[in-house]
Design a protein around this ligand. Structure first.
Ligand code: 5AD
Ligand code: SF4
Length: 436
């Protein structure tokens, strides 16, 4: 039997797809590309915005067209909260939410055995006790950077966000299992591990005496060797002193923190239920950047949240201009049924969201180039991720700068030290000059 996957959305979803692939392989299935004809298609859906919904639906339809006789399963976040809408898609066989998706192989085998083609839905509620399984990998699923899911769920209920409904309560992977998973990935050859979760900063919330800082300390104490760790994202209120101490003192911790801001207006932050204000955020970023030179601080920002006025938006613009950020991801607010913000008025029209978004994208571009200029002549440690052409390689520095390298020797998967040229142009070095 051939199985094909397509994944939408966040890194957690990507990691979960990799775990599902492992399960299918272990049960004798052959993995094929999503564009090929398969017997089973799994679409791991996302529903964070209406665009994610649309993409999820269109991929389901594409799979149905590829092989109308195949079993088509929509799994993940959209399946969890929007099963009814998906059930209207003719030819979709299975709708399996986040609670049940880890059992998808069994569900498919039972479905095949039953012989009916009627659509079946598995979208039961996620409980705090729904445990987080350790992942077992037998194959390399990314390049040199591997992702480890340490946590699932969110209980913040930001007023715009559907995620607490799709992912349920906070559950953390046992510290011992995280360590085992890291060992496993290092022995597969990964050199950088990214700790991901839906709300990574709440790691340990459900385990007495554990938090993300302690987990990081434990990893660095117990696991020796040449590797580096990156944290995928952390909420402003969870950036603790311990975390900053680790970032300052632990050379294996990447100088990169993604700390979502969402808005620069205190009124909007309050309406979003974010529980910090612009002053708090600004002070935090300025303290971090003073303590950790050249740290890449990145953020998410939303435009067009309901009631966001021109003056609220301008506060986001002004704040971003003052912040020491390297990159920002701009999101246009998307109304999600069932969230508190869906009931707020006035909602901002699409053209206005588009205009605000474009303005922030321009600021993002400018911020990025300022950050890279600030790194002139700085030595950076780069992990070479892939070969891009004859003697050409691409890598990533610990502070998230993508670098092109020239080398006559094969250097994929190696750490190399390079010096950035003026205006951030990398100095292409011959392999003999590359300082390993
Ligand atoms: N509309 C637009 N963006 C959203 N995000 C979460 N919910 C929504 C929504 N309803 C964005 C937030 C978050 C990122 C992962 O997704 O900016 O940080
Ligand atoms: Fe959504 Fe807020 Fe939870 Fe992030 S912290 S997943 S934005 S509710």
């Amino acid at each position: 039997m051939k199985v094909a996957f397509h994944t939408l959305g966040c890194k957690v979803n990507q990691v979960e797809t990799e775990q599902l692939k492992e399960e299918f392989i272990a049960r004798g299935y052959e993995l094929v590309d999503f564009t090929r004809e398969a017997d089973v298609y799994i679409i791991n859906t996302c529903t964070v915005t209406h665009t994610s919904d649309r993409k999820s639906r269109s991929l389901i339809r594409r799979a149905i067209r590829s092989n109308p006789l195949a079993i088509i399963a929509a799994v993940g976040c959209m399946a969890q909260v929007n099963a009814d809408q998906l059930a209207g898609i003719e030819g979709l066989n299975l709708i399996v939410g986040n609670r049940d998706k880890e059992h998808i192989v069994d569900i498919i085998e039972e479905y095949l055995a039953a012989g009916s083609h009627a659509c079946r839905i598995f979208a039961g509620p996620l409980a705090a006790s729904t445990s987080l399984k350790i992942a077992a990998y037998t194959r390399h699923h990314q390049r040199t950077r591997g992702f480890i899911k340490i946590q699932d769920g969110c209980e913040n209920f930001c007023s715009y966000c559907i995620v607490p409904f799709t992912r349920g309560p906070v559950r953390s992977k046992k510290p011992a299992d995280v360590l085992l998973e890291i060992d496993q990935m290092l022995s597969l050859g990964y050199k950088e591990l990214v700790l991901t979760g839906i709300h990574t900063g709440l790691y340990g919330y459900d385990i007495p005496d554990w938090d993300i800082g302690k987990l990081l300390q434990e990893i660095f104490t117990r696991i020796k060797g040449r590797y580096r760790l990156r944290l995928s994202s952390i909420e402003p209120l969870e950036v603790s002193e311990t975390l900053i101490e680790i970032a300052v003192s632990e050379p294996g911790f990447c100088r990169h923190l993604h700390i979502p801001l969402q808005s620069g207006s205190d009124d909007i932050l309050r309406a979003m239920n974010r529980r910090y204000d612009r002053y708090y955020y600004k002070k935090m970023l300025s303290d971090i950047s003073k303590q950790i030179p050249d740290i890449a601080l990145t953020t998410d920002i939303m435009v067009g949240f309901p009631t966001e006025s021109e003056s609220d938006f301008m506060q986001s613009v002004e704040l971003l201009q003052e912040l020491p950020v390297y990159d920002l991801h701009v999101f246009k607010y998307s109304l999600r049924r069932g969230t508190d913000a869906a009931l707020l008025s006035p909602q901002v029209n699409e053209a206005e969201k588009q205009r605000r978004s474009q303005l922030l994208i321009n600021i993002a571009r400018q911020k990025k180039s300022e950050f890279i200029k600030g790194l002139d002549n700085r030595e950076l440690e780069v992990l070479v991720e892939k070969k891009t052409g004859p003697d050409r390689y691409q890598g990533l520095s610990d502070n998230y700068v993508q670098v092109e390298l020239k080398s006559r020797q094969e250097i994929t998967g190696e750490f190399v030290n390079i010096v950035l040229g003026v205006n951030g142009t990398p100095i292409y070095k011959a392999a003999s000059d590359v300082n390993r």
